[in-house]
Design a protein around this ligand. Structure first.
Ligand code: LER
Ligand code: MN
Length: 272
């Protein structure tokens, strides 16, 4: 069954970004649970900043699942990416993501590679950058499978990466390089920028989709932009998607209103 999820960002270095809840883990989980969310997605500065026992206790107390963990802090805080021309930085990026995979896996949750994929840098060759990306995904995909979780790769829109922007380009890349154990993240905000027909792409690459980021065209909570969510939701149901629909949206107009708007939209489109 499709499950609802809400993002919680615990990275003080970032003041703005598309996450619904900020700051306090316990209070955010309390609110998520009170609103009826099934799960949370965490964005943390590393895999070690949260005490695992405490998180286990909070997940049980609030009857929430950990749906996924984001790895973007590796880039935002430490400047690491999988396609940096400096080998040492690529190694550190792999090690950072590896640590996040281990953290998520202790709760059965996959790690997401979004901005940690990086870019083809100004004086780099595109083929070389894609090879570095493939090498990183191959190593990390193996680690994930050993820990019984998937690894989620997220195509981002052209203003965030010049590597792979559509589901089609990501699927072709993964298949042509024979990279195993990678699922794709369908972020409705990025897809709104890049896909010709969002629903058609979801249908075509249904078997590859492992996670969905739920945001409207303007990255506000769903219902506050112009994306045709009815069409998208009926497609996700039709293709039998049974993962998380995770609100990675701006906390607009504020955290609480954004969380309420999101769960209302989720219930309207996925529970009817
Ligand atoms: C990460 O999931 C993502 O979508 C990025 O755009 C975050 O900035
Ligand atoms: Mn996303």
């Amino acid at each position: 069954m499709i499950k609802s999820c809400v993002t919680i960002a615990l990275v003080p270095e970032i003041k703005t970004g598309p996450w619904i809840f900020w700051n306090d883990l316990e209070n955010s989980m309390f609110k998520a649970s009170s609103l009826g969310f099934d799960a949370i997605e965490l964005f943390t500065s590393s895999g070690d900043i949260i005490d695992k026992k405490k998180l286990e206790f909070l997940l049980a107390t609030f009857n929430l699942q950990l749906a996924a963990v984001g790895t973007g802090a590796g880039k935002v805080i430490h400047g690491l990416t999988l396609t940096d021309p400096n080998e040492n930085i690529r190694k550190k990026a792999i090690s950072f993501i590896s640590n996040m995979i281990a953290f998520g896996a202790s709760f059965g949750a996959p790690a997401i590679i979004g901005s940690m994929q990086g870019n083809v840098c100004a004086d780099c060759n595109r083929e070389q950058a894609l090879t570095w990306l493939a090498e990183g995904l191959e190593i990390l995909g193996k680690e994930a499978v050993e820990k019984n979780v998937a690894l989620i790769y997220e195509p981002l829109n052209r203003y965030e990466t010049n590597l792979l922007n559509t589901l089609q380009s990501a699927v072709e890349f993964i298949e042509s390089r024979r990279i195993n154990n990678i699922k794709l993240l369908a972020d409705l905000f990025h897809m709104n920028v890049e896909e010709t027909d969002m629903a058609e792409s979801l249908r075509k690459y249904a078997s590859k989709i492992g996670h969905v980021h739920f945001a409207d065209s303007n990255r506000r909570p769903v219902g506050l932009g112009h994306t045709d969510i009815h069409y998208i939701a009926s497609t996700l149901k039709e293709i039998g998607y049974d993962g998380f629909i995770s609100a990675e949206a701006l906390p607009w107009p504020n955290e609480d209103a954004a969380a309420s708007q999101t769960i209302e939209s989720f219930n309207t489109f996925f529970r009817n």
